[in-house]
Ligand binder design. Structure first.
Ligand code: FES
Length: 205
């Protein structure tokens, strides 16, 4: 049997040089970790103001799309007080991403004034409805024969006060909109779009 040689025994023991190498390795890992940490911190320090600036830049667009505005749509005198709705375009300045469009049609409303008899004729309250069908978003029309609203797409039918006439595929009545007559006689409507195809009247923001 041969004894393990002295050379082999000395190879199994860690040499002082080996201990220095291990220390270097630990030091190297620490230095690498510190560099990564510095890079992450530097990246965060750079990106935070960029993200804040981007948010400030986009914020007006976000607010604009979320806010429902009162928009002028007609002169009250142009709506005969005969209980028959009239359609009016809704016109507003529009922002499409970063491009602005001045005075663009963004939808349509029906305005209706109830019949008033006697000396107050013509001063009836105004009702406003979105012309968008709550079923799938087509434009609702006036049926002059049956004197009602009718949607040409799937034949939903509504009375002039916006109530739905069954059977209709629409899940709800027409969407009434807030409106008022200003001192100058202008009818302003709180313009909102609502989700279609659901029973609830939920504004799209
Ligand atoms: S979109 Fe109006 S009935 Fe379907």
């Amino acid at each position: 049997m041969s004894e393990p040689s002295g050379k082999n025994s000395s190879q199994a023991k860690p040499s002082p040089g080996d201990r220095v190498s291990a220390g270097d390795a630990v030091g190297g890992r620490r230095a690498f970790g510190a560099e990564v940490l510095a890079l992450v911190c530097g990246g965060l320090a750079t990106l935070t103001p960029v993200a804040a600036g981007l948010w400030m830049f986009l914020d007006p667009l976000r607010k604009r799309s979320a806010a429902a505005e009162f928009l002028p749509v007609a002169q009250a005198s142009s709506i005969p007080a005969d209980g028959v709705p009239r359609q009016f375009p809704v016109v507003a300045d529009r922002l499409d991403a970063w491009t602005g469009f001045a005075s663009e049609p963004i939808g349509a409303v029906y305005l209706c004034r109830q019949k008033v008899s006697g000396p107050e004729q013509g001063s009836g309250e105004v009702q406003a409805f979105s012309a968008t069908c709550p079923h799938a978003g087509c434009f609702v029309e006036i049926d002059p024969v049956e004197k009602c609203f009718r949607c040409p797409c799937h034949n939903s039918k509504f009375t002039f006060d916006g109530s739905m006439v069954a059977p209709s595929p629409s899940p709800r009545a027409m969407d009434a909109l807030e409106c008022r007559i200003e001192k100058n006689g202008e009818v302003v409507v709180k313009w909102e779009n609502f989700y279609t195809g659901i029973a609830g009247k939920v504004p799209r923001l």
